[in-house]
Ligand binder design. Sequence first.
Ligand SMILES: Nc1ncnc2c1ncn2[C@@H]1O[C@H](COP(=O)(O)OP(=O)(O)OP(=O)(O)O)[C@@H](O)[C@H]1O
Ligand SMILES: [Mg+2]
Length: 247
Amino acid sequence: MRKLEETKRLKSSEDKQVSSEVFDDKTLKVLYKLAKQGYINTLNGVISTGKEANVFYGYDDDMMPVAVKIYRVVTLDFKKIKEYIAGDPRFKTHGNKTRQIINTWTNKEFKNLSRLYNLGLRVPEPYTSLENVLIMEYLDKSEDDHSAAPPLNKVKLKDPKIVFDEIINFIDKCYNEADLVHGDLSQYNILLSHNHPYVIDLSQATLRSNPSSRMLLERDIKNIIYDAKKYKLNLSYDDILNRVLNG
Ligand SMILES: Nc1ncnc2c1ncn2[C@@H]1O[C@H](COP(=O)(O)OP(=O)(O)OP(=O)(O)O)[C@@H](O)[C@H]1O
Ligand SMILES: [Mg+2]
């Protein structure tokens, strides 16, 4: 993790060495490309490291803060496996395919975010995506605290009723205006920024026409009702589901 924190100024050559210890070659190339295009000027540190992706914060060429989500292409284990199978032509297409799937996944998140953002829903504004890297608006905590907005599971809401109303409103608009179901909605994928809930992590979001969208919608609603219980809010599953379906 120390190495990540030291990763700075993508454009200068001496830093290239540091970042190459952290990112795989292809990801590094993508990052340089994005730096050249002005989307990333500096990468300052890590917000979150997960199984699927790492999220960093930095600045673009206009010194506007950005969040940079980098989908993992190789896990350490996979890297090790690759060393063993390097040079075996049978595995070549497999490697490319994995990348292709991840790139498609990244692009899908970008498209879903764009759709929702353009409808005025509270999601980070997506700036661009290239291969396994997505660049979006950095959500901060508040006017006077510019640290990263915390997920709902890490905060104690002052006015939970209002926040959960806004979340239900999001589910409704997402379904009825954007034609989308999030599919992994819960307090872990909602950030509290300036006292409003912002929904993130949209790569798996699906169209209503997807046969599993109804099941995913029901699960999203159940998760939110569960999360609201911590504030002794008893939301009605039937009311919410009917409101969304009849929206
Ligand atoms: N735009 C953003 N601004 C500020 N912080 C963000 C932003 N996007 C993501 N984060 C932070 O990064 C974390 C992980 O983001 P996200 O949920 O999109 O990734 P993920 O796919 O869940 O990754 P994994 O499951 O591997 O952790 C979030 O919980 C949040 O803390
Ligand atoms: Mg997540």
